[in-house]
Ligand binder design. Sequence first.
Ligand SMILES: [Zn+2]
Ligand SMILES: [Zn+2]
Length: 241
Amino acid sequence: MCGKYICPRCGREVEFLIDGLCPKCYAEVKGPELIPNVIEAEVCRYCGAVKLGFKWIETEGNFESVIMKVVEHEIEKVAEKSNVISNIELKDAIFETEPNWTTRLVLVLTGTVRSERVEWKKPVTVRLNPSICPKCITKISGEYDTVVQLRGDLRPEVLEKDVIDLIEGNVIFNDLIDVIRHKEGVDVYFSHIGAARKFIKIILKKYEASWKGPYREVIGTDSSGKSRTRNTFVVRITSKK
Ligand SMILES: [Zn+2]
Ligand SMILES: [Zn+2]
């Protein structure tokens, strides 16, 4: 192929230059600038939904699925804005760190510059910020059924972190409403007593602990005149196993 111009970056002869570069070099130099180095998004720490633009979108709940949703949304936004590189698509996403709240990955992107297929790489950091989606806010402000009070010698800060890790690293408890740290310990709220019992089992695997309950307390009557109760379990933790 004999072109009119020589690309100063790669030495290739081409019919035209864009911003002084051949299409391939243009994509390699300008492509990465289209996407920010850090992409941030709010994630519901109860159900794993992610906020993209104005909307909360459900995910599978694991970090990788959340991160991919965030990345795909960012690429859609870029594809709309970009006019020199068209048909921008994500070809691959290479995780450089374990998917977590902050994750580094390299995106491999493809597109078209004046009918030539181009490809470039873009390293990004995806930073997820723990938040609560409107659906879960409604749930939390609703009534809880059971509270598990974790007490003992461990510092509440340490305990709270452990509890959140257990929940997030393991399974998302649909019936978990909130985790609240006090001076005396950590209270974990559930919408269902069964979920609270499951949670206690998990705690007993991780810690040397004993538990008591449920203590029932009448908290009023519901609309049909039946008395409503709440359950409290107290788990005393002595040490980690
Ligand atoms: Zn070139
Ligand atoms: Zn949620």
